[in-house]
Ligand binder design. Structure first.
Ligand code: FAD
Length: 449
């Protein structure tokens, strides 16, 4: 087994780990990064399929994601806006296709005003929440003990309004059913994105993309770290702390360091053998954070046929297989691209089908929004993050009911020389690239303190 000594060993070459590495190198520390996959970037990844660049993971940037915007600037990467001209589409529970402008889905006047009322209420509550410490809210225990679905039921008799409000956080963000997480987790999600109003506004939350793909960001960071300091295909199995040092071991490599930063999804901590064991409450915490499930589907067409019909490509429905869809045409692509998302139990049901049936169900759903032109893409790609052993779901992890308040002190706390970084333990930018950068910086600061 090869043995290396360094100042800091970082596990995971996603955005959090690579950010921590660049910060520590800038502070004069020697750093070794160990990455299980044969590539850097983690949940930020692109692939080429039939000559089309497919951004399989994180791709969008909101205007308030200052850390990510600053990093793009530093790396000399340019952005472009998501296409949003024309009308959006909403498909209601009876399958009616309704085109609309503005933010509120076209339903009956009563349902529309109920949706507006619930958004205002949730926006107000989300502004009372500090996303880094949601447990400090005076009603945190109460908010963390009720599911988002039950709370919505207490607030409104209008099922269509409830279904749509639930969608913003459940299917669209945490990618779990709204009965599986608490009101506090929902409010924290909204607060981390700037508030509930921002969360429901696709023009804000899905504002811009990187020309040439988001994968260039981790690639650029890895170049700053130096590929000679990054060991790919190195799946860390154990971490031993003894005599003021930490020894991190993978199959063929052992690294001794003064500090370790674990920069991976907190639910994956259970794959690593710690000696001495992590505090029991931290181990429990890792088991109460679980991944959501979403299939990101991209379909490429010879032309953006929906634009020709005056449609923006933005579509929503809590009643469709694809609960949200957008025009995802890359800035330099001659045709048109749609992206759609299939979440939580709907995705479970689709995974029970064979791939041909699954594709048909998804394209039928695109067609319900945009017409029959959607049925015959030239290139079609479905992401599958659940079967990625070093991620196990998408977009990120969230607590089950009561977890946020119960594990409040363990979420970001270091354990001796062991520090933690990941978008999934972020306050601002929670489960987003911006949050991964913030947590990478915080872990580097903890090492340097
Ligand atoms: C489909 C999808 C769409 C998304 N869309 C957006 C978006 O539009 N905008 C946005 O801001 N965010 C988006 N996100 C979320 C964003 O991509 C993530 O929040 C962010 O990239 C997480 O970075 P991270 O470094 O914290 O974790 P990760 O990217 O998960 O990095 C962890 C790294 O650790 C490695 N690893 C795991 N276990 C081990 C081990 N035992 N030993 C060594 N290495 C290990 C993994 O391989 C991985 O490289 C999306 C995510 C997905 C999946």
């Amino acid at each position: 087994m090869k043995e290396i000594s360094t100042d800091v060993v970082i596990i995971g070459a996603g955005m959090a780990g690579l950010t921590a590495a660049t910060q520590l190198i800038a502070a004069g520390r020697d750093v070794v990064v160990l990455e299980a996959r044969d590539r850097v970037g983690g949940r930020v990844h692109s692939e080429i399929h039939d000559d089309c660049l497919v951004e399989v993971g994180g791709q969008w940037i909101a205007p308030d994601q200052e850390k990510l915007l600053a990093l793009l600037d530093g790396l000399g990467l340019e952005t472009y806006s998501r296409y949003r001209e024309g009308k959006n589409v909403y498909v209601n529970g009876s399958g009616e296709n309704r085109q609309y402008e503005g933010e509120i889905f076209p339903a009956s006047p009563e349902t529309e005003s109920e949706i507006v009322r619930l958004i205002e209420l949730l926006d107000k509550l989300s502004h009372e929440i500090d996303p880094a410490q949601p447990w400090e809210h005076p009603n945190a225990s109460e908010f963390d003990s009720v599911s988002f679905a039950s709370w919505l039921q207490q607030q409104s008799q209008d099922q269509e309004a409830r279904d749509n409000i639930a969608l913003f956080v459940a299917g669209a963000m945490l990618t779990k059913p709204s009965y599986a997480f608490s009101l506090l987790q929902a409010l924290m999600m909204a607060a981390s994105a700037g508030g509930f109003n921002e969360l429901v506004d696709p023009d804000f939350i899905l504002d811009k993309r990187v020309k040439g793909g988001m994968h260039q960001v981790p690639q650029g960071l890895a170049e700053r770290v130096g590929f000679e300091n990054i060991h790919l295909s190195t799946d860390v199995k154990s971490i031993v702390t003894a005599e003021g040092n930490v020894t991190v071991t993978a199959e063929n490599l052992s690294v001794q360091a003064k500090h370790v930063i674990i920069a991976l999804g907190p639910h994956l901590l259970t794959r690593i053998d710690f000696q001495p064991a992590l505090p029991s409450v931290k181990q429990q915490m890792a088991q109460h954070l679980s991944s959501g499930q979403v299939i990101k589907v991209q379909a490429f067409y010879p032309s953006a046929f929906w634009r020709e019909k005056g449609l923006s490509g933005t579509a929503f429905s809590p009643y469709q297989t694809v609960h949200e869809a957008y025009d995802n045409t890359p800035h330099d692509y001659v045709g048109g691209t749609l992206v759609g998302f299939v979440s939580d139990h709907v995705a479970d049901d689709l995974y029970a089908k064979d791939p041909t049936e699954r594709k048909k169900a998804i394209l039928d759903s695109f067609a319900a929004y945009f017409g029959e032109g959607a049925l015959k893409p030239t290139v079609y790609y479905e992401s599958d993050w659940v079967n990625e052993v070093y991620t196990r779901g998408a977009y990120g992890t969230s607590f089950d009911i009561g977890g946020l308040t119960r594990y409040r002190d363990s979420i970001r706390s270091s354990v001796g020389r062991i520090h933690f970084a990941c978008s999934d333990i972020a306050g601002i930018g929670y489960t987003h690239i911006d949050g991964a950068i913030r947590m990478g910086e915080a872990a580097a600061e903890a090492v340097l303190a």
